[in-house]
Design a protein around this ligand. Sequence first.
Ligand code: FAD
Length: 318
Amino acid sequence: MGAVLVYVDQVDGAVRKPTLELLTLARRIGEPVAVHLGPGAEVAALVLAEHGAARVLAAEAPEFAEYLVVPKVDALEAAAKAMNPVAVLVPSSGEGKEIAARLAVRLGSGIITDAVDLEAGVDGPVATQSVFAASFTTKSRVTKGTPVITVKPNSATPEQAPAAGAVEPLTVAFGDAARGARVVSRSPRESTGRPELTEAAIVVSGGRGVGGAENFSVIERLADSLGAAVGASRAAVDAGWYPHSNQVGQTGKTVSPQLYVACGVSGAIQHRAGMQTSKTIVAVNKDPEAPIFDLVDYGVVGDLFEAVPQLTEEVKTR
Ligand code: FAD
């Protein structure tokens, strides 16, 4: 089986869940080889190996943290040239998509972005995308060069598949452009203590029906009782009730959690585009004709200010 390079996305040395999802998908099309850039490869290799990484190519240099994406592209290019992989997989984050696009240009390859599934094909990996506000599903494959594919978070459930995870040094020669854009400062967003929206197993969202910024505490309390992230519809975000970073939908984030609870959200197509691949969908809406009910597994027709606190209390007793 050919190697599949998986770019390791990490925060402060901790491997992020989308990387483990990529390793799971990579096993369908070849043998996963993780590319770890920065300090801590030996520790990261433990979790990467648990999820199927046969090898971990590791490079350490201050450039990876001090400059924007180009040093990482240099490293992935070196790895791709050394390994001649079946594909290179990168998480579909903002940074991931920039890395992937630059890498594809360097390799003279085709690129597929925002895949939601991957399978092996006779002529190379086949990627599934969900397009036009999730009204169509397309399957595509790269016909030129090494396929570079970005995959949306939550497209697969990380599966354990113990492998060797042998750490090997990756030699990288940085090009002139590597030091072209420097990181001046880095300030982590104030933590809410809640999971990251796109990676959360449970998301509780509020819409216009919440009626005001102060009322979002009702949504937050349910979210906290479930260990969930908080999402919001665009109507709630545009009204200034919740930050744009929490918006779910076509012009917000795409989530695909195990459980999505929509409260006071009508279910417009642009909102559905960001959440309809959730495994179980629950809605609380006082309008029985709300389009969200066409989508749900469980629906509560009623006032969210009555139903949601009751739900929160019930969850707390469990
Ligand atoms: P509404 O449609 O107004 O629905 C509010 C719902 O709350 C209603 O169904 C009502 O019955 C219910 N309700 C009211 N009070 C209560 C109560 N007390 N208890 C229970 N239920 C109650 N939208 C997004 O969400 N995300 C996007 O990324 C996005 N991108 C867009 C991009 C484009 C190009 C366009 C044109 C639109 C986009 N929209 C997006 C907007 C989208 O079309 C809708 O306008 C928006 O999703 C509506 O938000 P909502 O469901 O919160 O509000």
